[in-house]
Design a protein around this ligand. Structure first.
Ligand code: ZN
Length: 392
């Protein structure tokens, strides 16, 4: 079997198991899974639950999760959308060379949605899409990108930095996790390097805007911003650390130069970095439905497990062993509380990850493979499969 069909098969098997078998299996595996909030699926390992199995956050603001709540007009959201609209309008055709905006494209639903909406609403904005391969991008993700680019009808550049750079970064990050777990350390530093690469490319090509498809949650909790635009001071500064890790602790002088250094540049030539999805602030289902309606994706292809990168199972398993829950759960439980994602979609995934992190079911070969690529052992990242019981 090719690597691609193998990856697809494993992902499909995982999905199938989670959807159809896990609801029964979980009844016999209760000693391996934590109790979860009845409202947002937050694990008791992440947040304390009251006697009615409701977490502290839901207890404070327990409104029934309703999708219609989000349709209500929100003055702040309207203001942000119109400010963003003005900026995007005003940059149409102003780039010094061939493009007005560099758009980050991962092949996932959010960035696909962002590109098509911008194309529809700002036809005069000349776009260049940009993807960076972190060396662990899944074959499925690459295939999605290759299929979507012609359908989006957009110019595209694919950048592949040398793999040894990423191995250094991920190897160090996964063995030096901050309090946000692997999501806040490995994934976050990966995202920071992607943004830095976009900043450099925009500068080289004299592109005045960068558009990134991070959700409102990712902008607020990951980047600690309360706006759809990255502050100017940040764009004009030099990076010295990422996810709490000092670059000089990992990289050589030459490698540090691969990150963004904006302090010595003419500020007029440094792009503005915008997060349109922060202002639009949509539900997960709304984005999914639109990209399906536009004929850009079929519903089966949207699973994060299928579309994300190869290290995801390893990161999830490490989190369970270090934190007791998957660090991506912070984001999804909040989305569930806010009515932007469905508990029934995510709870089985959270639970199954917890179970499989202990037993190794399905994930063990992938985890071992990823560790080997990072030149690490199970003990380096604190994983111990089947500590108490044999397989399953
Ligand atoms: Zn809750």
């Amino acid at each position: 079997m090719t690597r691609k069909s193998e990856a697809l098969r494993a992902a499909k098997l995982f999905e199938f198991y989670v959807r159809t078998i896990w609801p029964w299996h979980r009844l016999f595996a209760k000693n391996k899974i934590s109790r979860r909030c009845l409202n947002c699926a937050g694990s008791e390992e992440m947040i304390s639950l009251n006697s009615k199995k409701i977490c502290q956050l839901c207890e404070k603001n327990l409104t029934p999760v309703s999708f219609s709540r989000l349709q209500e007009s929100n003055p702040r959201k309207t203001k942000e959308t119109s400010e963003l609209n003005e900026i995007l309008q005003s940059y149409q055709g102003v780039g010094k060379n061939d493009y007005d905006a560099l758009v980050l494209f991962s092949g996932g639903k959010d960035s696909t949605y962002m590109i098509r909406r911008i194309q529809n609403e700002y036809p005069g904005l000349r776009l260049l899409s940009f993807t960076i391969d972190n060396g662990f991008m899944s074959v499925v993700a690459k295939e999605n990108i290759a299929g979507l680019i012609p359908r989006l009808g957009i110019d595209h550049v694919f950048v592949t930095p040398k793999k040894s750079f990423y191995i250094k970064l991920f190897r160090y990050a996964i063995t030096h996790l901050n309090s946000q777990g692997s999501y806040g350390t490995v994934d976050f530093s990966d995202g920071e390097f992607m943004l830095d690469s976009a900043r450099k490319l925009a500068f080289e090509k004299k592109i005045p805007l960068i558009l990134c498809g991070y959700s409102k949650y990712q902008v607020q909790n990951g980047l600690h911003l309360e706006s759809f635009e990255s502050p100017r001071a940040r764009e004009l500064s030099d990076r010295t650390e990422t996810a709490g890790i000092l670059l000089k602790d990992i990289f050589s002088q030459e490698e540090i130069k691969m990150w963004w250094h904006g302090s010595h540049l003419d500020s007029l030539s440094v792009a503005r970095l915008l997060f349109p999805l922060y202002a639009w602030d949509l539900e997960e289902d709304q984005i999914k439905n639109e990209v399906v309606q536009w004929g850009l994706m079929n519903p089966q292809k949207q699973s994060p497990i299928v579309t994300n990168h190869q290290l995801i199972p390893l990161l999830g398993v490490v989190d369970i062993h270090k934190l007791g829950f998957g660090s991506f759960e912070f984001e999804f439980c909040r989305m569930i509380r806010e009515g932007k994602a469905q508990k029934s979609d995510w709870q089985p995934i959270f639970e199954f990850l917890e179970y499989t992190a202990q037993t190794g079911l399905f994930v063990k070969p992938t985890v071992l493979q990823s560790l080997q690529e990072l030149n690490l052992q199970l003990t380096d990242v604190g994983i111990e499969f089947n500590r108490k019981n044999p397989e399953i």
